[in-house]
Design a protein around this ligand. Structure first.
Ligand SMILES: [Mn+2]
Length: 314
């Protein structure tokens, strides 16, 4: 299906199975979504957008594609939600056991039940950082425990689950929700410490499950259920950068891109965000050399002088 395609059009030598540190697994599953269908088309749109993206990341001064990004055959099992989850679980586990940094692109959020199960079996004391407009804590929905509305029910039972950006849920989900570890969207603007507080609650090993509908529909309208009052770009990457700096992020997934053929900006945002997260991950692993260099440079940058000027001008 995607066998001829390569993420972001990177040179083939950086996309081989043996030499790649990173695995990008597509799960184009859209079997249980309830409103706008189309999450199965997300990966194609994401890939197409990625081909128009620069491979140099200014902020981290890095070209993370040189770590190698391999795309295996997509998981296309769709005979039932349960069978899809099990296929994802086994495939993800296979690549974790090959020591790859495994990333998964949906598809709808039910794919994460399989990804989280695999990571939780392979890493001790796992924190699942869940960014989403929706709580996704239902035990069962429309006759299945593998529905998108149940995406993190299991993670809530078996891992240290931290939820950010939530602004839509059913009252029944309150019975299982651990509100001490939930950062509701309406509270974020009043709480200047939410990022640090959330990070303080994390164990060292963190898996990130990123539902694109956590973002505000003004920048991410291409989701099945767009909800107002979402996160914007800068706060999202600021938070995730801190998580990558302070914790051992063991993998992440990105789900629910439901592309609109007449607006490609959200597809590009998803590609850019994906690449940004990889840049944060591998920049940290290089002994922080690049980070420190970059930081010192910034001290004397004209931008920094400008902000100092603003401070003293008040
Ligand atoms: Mn959602």
């Amino acid at each position: 299906m995607n066998t001829n395609k390569i993420f972001a059009g990177i040179p083939e030598e950086y996309a081989t199975s043996s030499k790649s540190e990173i695995v990008l697994l597509s799960v184009p599953y859209d079997g249980t979504s309830t409103w706008q269908k189309g999450a199965d088309k997300g990966f194609e749109a994401f890939l197409e957008a990625s081909e128009n993206m620069e491979l140099y990341d200014i902020e981290t001064d890095s070209e993370v594609y040189k770590q190698g990004i391999y795309m295996p055959e997509p998981v296309t099992e769709n005979s039932s939600p349960e069978a899809m989850v099990e296929a994802v679980h086994q495939t993800v586990k296979k690549y974790i056991n090959r020591n790859k940094f495994v990333t998964i692109f949906g598809g709808e959020h039910s794919v994460s039940i399989g990804t989280i199960r695999a990571f939780n079996e392979c890493f001790k004391n796992l924190t699942v950082l869940h960014l989403d407009a929706h709580a996704d804590l239902r035990k069962e929905y429309e006759g299945s425990t593998c529905n998108h509305a149940c995406a993190v029910y299991e993670a809530n039972q078996n891992t240290n689950l931290i939820q950010v950006g939530i602004r839509s849920m059913d009252v029944s989900e309150k019975t299982v929700m651990n509100t001490d570890k939930v950062y509701f969207a309406h509270e974020l603007i009043y709480d200047e410490y939410w990022m640090d507080n959330a990070i303080d609650q994390m164990t060292d090993n963190v898996f990130i499950t990123f539902d694109l509908d956590v973002l505000d529909p003004s920048i991410m309208p291409s989701t099945g259920t767009p909800e107002p009052n979402g996160l914007l770009w800068n706060e999202t990457v600021e938070f995730l950068k801190k998580v990558f700096q302070k914790k051992n992020v063991v993998g992440f997934d990105m789900v629910e891109l439901c592309p609109n053929p007449t607006n490609k900006a959200p597809d590009f945002l998803a590609a850019k965000l994906y690449y940004k997260l990889l840049s944060y991950k591998f920049n940290n692993e290089d002994g922080n050399e690049n980070f420190n260099d970059g930081f010192e440079e910034h001290i004397d940058s004209p931008f920094n002088k400008l902000s100092k000027f603003r401070d003293t001008d008040k």
